[in-house]
Design a binder for this molecule. Sequence first.
Ligand SMILES: [Zn+2]
Ligand SMILES: [Zn+2]
Length: 183
Amino acid sequence: MIIQLDQIKDHGTTCHYRLAPHDFPDASAWEESGDFKLQAPINVEVTLSRISGLIEVRGRITTTIDSTCGRCLKDFTFDLDESFDLTFTNEPLTVHDDGVDDEEGVELSAEDLGLIPFVGDSIDLTEAIGEQFFLALPVRPLCSVGCQGLCPYCGIDLNEKKCHCAPPDFAKKFSALKNIKIN
Ligand SMILES: [Zn+2]
Ligand SMILES: [Zn+2]
């Protein structure tokens, strides 16, 4: 995923890629974890444009992934669809942020400003896109937001059946929490 700067048109240049996990530097660890299995290639669409010396990259990653629910342990398949915005710079950029108390100010690097530095006249998107892909994966995959999971006492799948394992007062306490939304 190397793009020459002179390929980037002023109004934006769009590139499409179809990738497999082995196209990413850190993907071997991901595959070994066994939590996810790709059902389809990873589709990446990026649009690069120049904005006052910076290279703006707007992208979208889509694919289909097999995983195991972290609550009910059932296998399920989900579609990953993640958009991202990245800004690259190849200028040796040091911005002086003149602090009030400190006359010398603070030197900010490209990374401090949220920019991704690169050298030369081409951008290699491989690492950045790999990173975006891993960031988009759920930390704890769930078959559905409302998955009831397994009963911790008898192991029954609470999405399918109900059991009477929980002591009654516990159940009462829990029902009070039912309406609390945790973000
Ligand atoms: Zn589940
Ligand atoms: Zn139970």
